[in-house]
Ligand binder design. Sequence first.
Ligand SMILES: Nc1ncnc2c1ncn2[C@@H]1O[C@H](COP(=O)(O)OP(=O)(O)OP(=O)(O)O)[C@@H](O)[C@H]1O
Length: 248
Amino acid sequence: MVVEVKKVAKSYGKKNGSRVLRDVSLHIEREACVALLGVSGVGKSTLGRIVVGLERADQGRIFIQGERILVGKNKRFRNKVQIVFQDPYSAFNPRLTMAQSLAEPLLIERVKKRERYERINAILEDVQLDQELLDRYPKQLSGGQLQRAAIARALICRPLFIVFDEVVSSLDVVQQHHILTLLHRLKETYDLSYLFITHDFQAAKYIADRILVLHAGEVVDQVEKNGNGSWQHFKHPQAIRLQEAVWS
Ligand SMILES: Nc1ncnc2c1ncn2[C@@H]1O[C@H](COP(=O)(O)OP(=O)(O)OP(=O)(O)O)[C@@H](O)[C@H]1O
């Protein structure tokens, strides 16, 4: 098992603060993609940040390959667990060229210059970005190009697990399809596990092996893909509502 989330709870604010996550457990196997589906504000991003160790849970535990993840610790997993956000512009330092941004995680890992160069070129090819973009600054790339660059940077240290938080939501339909196809291919090439956060049932169906529905702080329903490619049916009313919302 690559990821195990056990009984996570999280509130914001002091006493009487609002409880966002009540009791969330999930697991993600090697090379599996689990989609976390839910309406806006239900706590999907909060869970994503907790799972990668960017935010502390009030209760519960996270394990990556059997090792407990604690905020600010686990140096060994620093580059092995990644998160990619919806807005790729905010993910990059505007003063760094794309080459500098892609090299940053490799410098932290003390990768030598020649290997840095080779790995950056290889990853650009993987995400289908032209090398000529390396000298540009973030604002000189389109949203779709920058999202590919964000994916490249998440991949460059060969992670085990990536959280994608609404990564296609700000893109047009054609770009969405390209990025989803790319993520699917990269998962198989690099043996990756994904948590794919979305409010879009169609995107979830396209990329995931299993879809979990988050509602009122808990996973209220989950469905898997059958052997013939069809999906099991949701049972919880909120899950059915989410499914119908995008169909109507
Ligand atoms: N740092 C924070 N401080 C206080 N409240 C927060 C914080 N982060 C999130 N919240 C609140 O927690 C709830 C869940 O937010 P979260 O961003 O996790 O939801 P979401 O399902 O990802 O929503 P969306 O799909 O709109 O991004 C919201 O009510 C939000 O206002």
